[in-house]
Design a protein around this ligand. Structure first.
Ligand SMILES: Cc1cc2nc3c(=O)[nH]c(=O)nc-3n(C[C@H](O)[C@H](O)[C@H](O)COP(=O)(O)O)c2cc1C
Length: 426
């Protein structure tokens, strides 16, 4: 297989940019956790979507994110049958009798509806759903059955407990005994559970997180991923704590604390339960750019602080296309989770995701996920550096800046056009 020294990005405005020079050779490459290599091939080899993450082999990087699509045997079996790379079950705790859900518990944000009569595209989704309300014993039995029927497929338990070392240890023992391949720790549910000092209440407090991660990692014998909340100023801090205390991977993001809206007829907030509401977690397409921002920061931190160690990153938030997934991978993610997308489009979505990701890979002659994982990360820099780069580009090209030259040039009449003149991705 021939290795190219650089790859021209095709399509769009990107044709002026070149990928960085290949480090080493494609042949005999070393696999880096948050790797930033380009391995392009001249051959027309069919793209291979399979990934191996913390020793877990998956046919593709698409993972069912913890939530309704992983609530019971029937739906998890369906996910495996449709071809999802792995399944993360709905979060479980020791005592499900403390978990009491309400309905309705979802509210959606649409755009593009006309006169309120034609329903527009759903871009945002709020939920006030708690963790699994099914008895732990039942869930564990179903994990066992799934692993019996699908021994080669990856099943990950998502767990959450109260601030009690014994409870965490018991829960870890029991889920490991069920035969799951890995554990994701839900340090991130923003609603309901923090009232019991669970979920985001731990993920937002680095001292507490360090202690709890210490308990978990002393006990667990299978890979542990820590799922991060975006509802924190600097997401790299808890991510660093989780990796320093022994977690094998980071998953980001869980939902964003939100209020979906107020019904302008009833004057009551949504989602509305008996006339009242409580802030919930926001997901779907609208959160994708926020999730990319958080994953980018975590990937930078992982590269600078944990460099060549065997850690993994799972990108989550608003994935509905292969392109959405490619973006997470280009920032350094090994896998990509989907939750709301499955609730909207069904389990068959994975076929479209795989096809679209393969199309993207063919377009760039990438034959494996590692070929492009982390490739876009080096293109983030400081604003000061952007100014320097632009000044240098203008000097070299004797060109002028696109759009307004200064804030004094904005006008009232041309305001919208002036705004448009400075957009980069029209
Ligand atoms: C209805 C609903 C329930 C969820 N339940 C859980 C859960 O039990 N545990 C968890 O870790 N994340 C849970 N999540 C968060 C998702 O796994 C995911 O992190 C988030 O929704 C962003 O991804 P998405 O835009 O693909 O949904 C839930 C999300 C939704 C929409």
């Amino acid at each position: 297989m021939a290795c190219l020294s650089s790859v021209q990005v095709r399509g769009g405005n990107s044709s002026q940019f070149e990928f960085p020079k290949l480090r080493g050779s494609n042949c005999g490459r070393s696999i880096n956790r948050v790797g930033f290599k380009v391995f392009a091939s001249e051959s027309k080899q069919e793209p291979d979507l399979s990934v191996t993450v913390n020793g877990l082999h998956m046919p593709n990087p698409f993972v069912i994110g913890s939530g309704p699509p992983g609530t019971n045997y029937t739906v998890m079996k369906r996910a495996f049958d449709e071809g999802w790379g792995a399944v993360i079950a709905k979060t479980v705790s020791l005592d499900a009798s403390k978990v009491v859900n309400v309905t309705p518990r979802y509210a959606r944000l649409r755009v593009g509806g006309v006169n309120g009569s034609v329903k527009g595209q759903i871009i945002g989704w709020e939920n006030i759903e708690l963790i699994s309300d099914r008895p732990l014993e039942t869930m564990l039995k179903e994990f066992k059955q799934l692993k019996r029927e699908y021994p080669d497929r990856i099943l990950i338990a998502s767990i959450m407990e109260e601030y009690d070392r014994g409870a965490w240890e018991e829960l870890i023992d029991r889920v490991e005994e069920s035969g799951v391949d890995a554990i994701e720790i839900n340090f991130s549910c923003p609603h309901g559970m923090p009232e019991r000092k669970m979920g985001a209440a731990v993920g937002q407090d680095c001292a507490l997180l360090e202690e709890v991660c210490g308990w978990i990692n002393a006990k667990a014998t299978i890979p542990v991923w820590a799922k991060m909340t975006p509802n924190i100023t600097d997401i790299t801090q808890p991510a660093k704590v989780a990796l320093s205390t022994g977690c094998e991977g980071i998953a980001a993001i869980n939902t964003i604390m939100s209020v979906m809206g107020i019904n302008l007829t009833t004057l009551r907030p949504e989602p509305c339960v008996e006339g009242y509401s409580t802030p919930g977690g926001y997901s779907c397409k609208a959160v994708h750019p926020i999730a990319l921002g958080k994953v980018m920061r975590i990937a930078q931190m992982m590269k600078s602080e944990f460099g060549d160690k065997d850690y993994s990153l799972s990108g989550i938030g608003g994935v509905e296309t292969g392109g959405d997934a490619a973006e997470f991978i280009l920032l350094g993610a090994n896998t990509v989770q989907v939750c709301t997308g499955v609730m909207m489009h069904g389990y068959g979505l994975v076929t479209k995701l795989c096809d679209e990701l393969k199309d993207f890979m063919r377009k760039h002659n990438f034959t494996s996920i590692e070929d492009f994982r982390g490739v876009s990360l080096p293109y983030f820099t400081t604003h000061t550096d952007l100014v320097k780069r632009q000044q240098e580009a203008i000097r070299q090209r004797k060109a002028i800046k696109q759009g307004l030259q200064s804030d004094k040039d904005w006008t009232g009449d041309g305001f919208v056009k002036e705004t448009e003149s400075m957009v980069s991705n029209n």
